[in-house]
Design a protein around this ligand. Structure first.
Ligand code: NAP
Length: 276
């Protein structure tokens, strides 16, 4: 039975680890360098602490990388520098160019990369419909790992980069439009036309929009890195990356709300958006 390592049990990662436990006995994680919040999620998901980072890499035959997008390349480098020769599944929201760069590092070290992109919320229940899109020549081991689990899998294409590109295109609209709406509300407020805009938009759209911005504020710090990856994806495809560079700036302005458990007041969000 394949020994699976998970880096790291975040909000999404913990649910992916729990899903993998449908088909393997243990999923390893490492507490080295991680917070208490990660430890609590790992324990709740039933994962096994491998000890150090090096111990996890040494013991694992397949590693699932589920981390902040801005850290995905550095994390892969750390794993391969320890001599990992198994299957490395990068599940992060990163540009296809970056995924191809990680595939090259893997191949130079005698390992395999599977490209992954997750669409949907944490995969605690199959009914949530969360899907791990996969691409590349070696995906069968990963589809088998999640068979009959709470995480659905799909094939985005045969080439490394396809799953990442799909995730980039999907999030370009969902998260990109949230950033646009946040910026619109901040400008309207600054110009003193917030109430008039709300009247023009109507009650339903206005409250839905404010809720969307508020709900995403605790994750904005992570979305900023993802927007930069989307900007790079657009640039590489010969389209303007500026939309999502601006979206990254909008999300950076909200990064002080990182991991807030309670809802911030909307006026506090507007103030953060208006200050550089
Ligand atoms: N959450 C979602 O609904 C969702 C949906 C679709 C896709 N995804 C994708 O899933 C990935 C992770 O999301 P998540 O929700 O699990 O994030 P998260 O809740 O922020 O957790 C991130 C995990 O990575 C660890 N981490 C922090 N800094 C790191 C670093 N520099 N290197 C390695 N690990 C680090 C964190 O540990 P500590 O905090 O303990 O340091 C934590 O365990 C992202 O690529 C995201 O795009 C998430």
């Amino acid at each position: 039975m394949t020994i699976v390592g998970l880096l790291n049990p975040g909000a999404m990662g913990a649910s992916i680890g729990a899903a993998a436990l449908t088909n393997v006995e243990d999923v390893l994680w490492t507490s080295e360098g991680r917070s208490d919040a990660t430890r609590i999620r790992a324990e709740k998901a039933g994962l096994t602490n491998a000890g150090s980072f090096a111990d996890l890499v040494d013991a694992s035959e397949l590693i699932l990388s589920v981390c902040p997008p801005a850290s995905a390349l550095a994390l892969a480098n750390e794993v391969f520098s320890l001599g990992f020769k198994g299957t490395y599944v990068d599940c992060n929201a990163i540009a296809p160019e970056q995924t191809r760069a990680i595939a090259e590092i893997a191949s130079n070290k005698g390992a395999r990369l599977v490209d992954g992109g997750i669409i949907g919320g944490p995969a605690w229940q199959a009914a949530a419909g969360t899907k791990l899109w996969l691409s590349g020549p070696d995906i069968s081991e990963v589809t088998a790992l999640f068979e009959h689990s709470s995480l659905h899998t799909g094939v985005a294409g045969s080439e490394i980069g396809a799953a990442s590109a799909l995730k980039m295109c999907f999030a370009a609209f969902t998260k990109g439009s949230t950033a646009l709406l946040a910026a619109v509300l901040a400008v309207a407020d600054k110009e003193g036309v917030g109430d008039a805009l709300a009247e023009q938009w109507g009650e339903a759209f206005t409250s839905k929009t404010k809720q969307q911005v508020t709900t995403n504020s605790s994750k904005a710090w992570r979305f900023a890195g993802e927007m930069e990856q989307i900007a790079a994806t657009f640039d590489s495809a010969g389209l303007p990356g500026g939309f999502h560079e601006a979206a990254a700036d909008v999300f950076y302005r909200l990064s002080e709300f990182k991991d807030w458990q309670s809802k911030p007041a909307f006026d506090d969000l507007l103030q953060a958006l208006q200050s550089k």
